[in-house]
Design a protein around this ligand. Sequence first.
Ligand code: GLU
Length: 494
Amino acid sequence: MTVRVRIAPSPTGNLHIGTARTAVFNWLYAHRHGGQFILRIEDTDTERSKTEYTQNILDGLKWLGLNWDEGPFAQSDRLELYRQGIQKLLDSKLAYRCYTSSAELDELRATQEARGAAPRYDNRHRNLTPEQEAEFVAAGRQPVIRFMIDDQREISWIDAVRGKVSWQGSDLGGDMVIARAAQDGANHDVGQPLYNLAVVIDDIDMQITQVIRGEDHIANTAKQILLYEGLGAAIPEFSHTPLILSPAGKKLSKRDGVTSIWDFKDMGYVAGALTNYMTLLGWSAPDAQEIFSLDEAAKQFSFDRVNKAGAKFDWDKLNWVNSQYLHKMTPEELLPELIPFWEAAGYQVDAAADRPWLLRLAALIGPSLETLKGGFEERTGLTTQGGVEISRTFFTANPTLGAEAIAQLGQEGVKDILTSLQTALAELAEIDEDGAKGLLDRVTKEQGVKKGVVMRSLRAALTGEVHGPDLIQSLILLHQHHLAIPRLQAALAT
Ligand code: GLU
């Protein structure tokens, strides 16, 4: 049997990290088994669903490289199919029309609350006589459709992640609503089909073999199994993946500052690193490898190695994974990723005319990057080494001198070294690696000092810092943009 899995996001917000991680697991499973990965947009909640969120989700999955084989299918295009399913359940007397009004339901809930009991529907309209029904209809009540749930039933399944899971029918809140009341004037006697019913009908129709989704859907699974049985369909295998928790071990929420995958993109994480990290949120490779492409992970992916416990989000780990990706990228790959961050920071970037210079800069900073942006991030409380931060000195006219640089420049003999460097540099219109190295050697000899002193002084004057990326390359870049000599002059004037 061909494996068929799906990701079924509700377009009620931008692509969430939890949904993206579920998509990763589905993608890996499909690719592991040569199966199909289907995309379904669950937009039956017409009040909260928005087309811009659908677009956001599609864009996000594409950015992450989570390409799908079929779809996107929208539930809003499939209402007729759900109505047929509802009719089938009505015909087989497994579902019925319930006329209980909202006021009556409120009253029921209030009495249950007063008793300290959990709210549940008391199935009062399960066995209405035709006369009773006629009375409700005559009174103008619009029914919802409820599917019968046997309180005595124990519902169990073997979950690929959690092993045997059991639910008691009595814990499911009474007979469940599968369709809302029809609106006045609608040309159907059945209203909007509800979530659990639509999911099951779709999963049957799309021949889904494995339902892989977050653990927050476990209670739905118990209800859905009853619907599969009611509709006479085969029940797929279920895999409920652990939730992503905040670093403090709580459910990841808006307060953690990161909800959508675009937050990660904005902070300077690259797509490959993010999918790699999401794969590690709950799964580990048999050989303990931690850096892999989706294709490589798919070769080894199985649910035996998915944890039951929630997966704590670990920023240090994500930063490490991201840095592994950034360090491996060629300057040609890195440059287009860096440019939007530089531009957003207000740096003047002439991507076409200045390409060789920009590639040299990308090559210089690449090995030190943790993120494309860097600096302090309020949403994570962390500081990372990033492309905007590290390259600031190459785009600003005058760097501010740090305390250590000021101390270095104030040392005895340093002004002479800088003057000598300035004179030597002024003779070089073009500068390459050999030229830059020769220049340092010459000044070292001329001044009769240690080379380290020349290098520290030059770095302090050029960048305002005493640590940073390769000095020779930094000098070349700054001299090519006519920034080196003015900086030496500025340092001499301090
Ligand atoms: N639409 C549901 C959600 O966004 C997913 C349902 C499912 O995977 O069965 O959480």
